[in-house]
Design a protein around this ligand. Structure first.
Ligand SMILES: [Mg+2]
Length: 145
């Protein structure tokens, strides 16, 4: 699948640390045959991707729509529709389907979210859905919780 990860508070904290397990999880997803994309509502985040040595794992870096999610993809130069998104912003997860994650602000060694994301993706690939409450199907209507 084409899996799109948000940057701020999803993979990256305010303290510029990566969410624990990020590298391991991205490697595992690639080994499973997925493609990883990075996008952000504040623009192209190549600097973050390079600083954290994610470049070899990433198939594209894009600007993320912050509203009218499907309609704005083309105008933002996103050349494909995400199959699955990971974001701390629930609306975009509901639009494309994926995993909502609680915002990651500061280094937190016991944060188990990356492993949880990996397991939800495994559920989705196998069953077409996940029982995990952080999973949202494409087109879920709000409120999410
Ligand atoms: Mg975010």
């Amino acid at each position: 699948m084409n899996i799109f990860f948000d940057v701020d508070y999803t993979l990256l904290g305010l303290d510029n640390t990566l969410r624990p397990g990020t590298m391991d999880t991205l490697h595992k997803l690639i080994d499973d045959g997925h493609l990883i994309y990075i996008w952000s509502g504040v623009g192209l985040r190549w600097e973050m991707v390079r600083e954290h040595k994610l470049e070899p794992m990433v198939s594209g870096v894009y600007e993320k729509p912050t509203d009218r999610f499907h309609e704005r993809l083309e105008g933002l130069g996103v050349p494909l529709v995400p199959d699955f998104v990971i974001d701390d912003y629930p609306e975009i997860v509901a639009a494309f389907g994926g995993v909502w994650v609680p915002p990651y602000f500061f280094k937190k060694p016991d944060d188990g979210q990356m492993e949880r994301i990996y397991n939800i993706i495994g559920d989705f690939v196998r069953d077409g859905h996940s029982e995990d409450r952080q999973y949202k199907a494409r087109g879920t209507t709000l409120p999410l919780f």
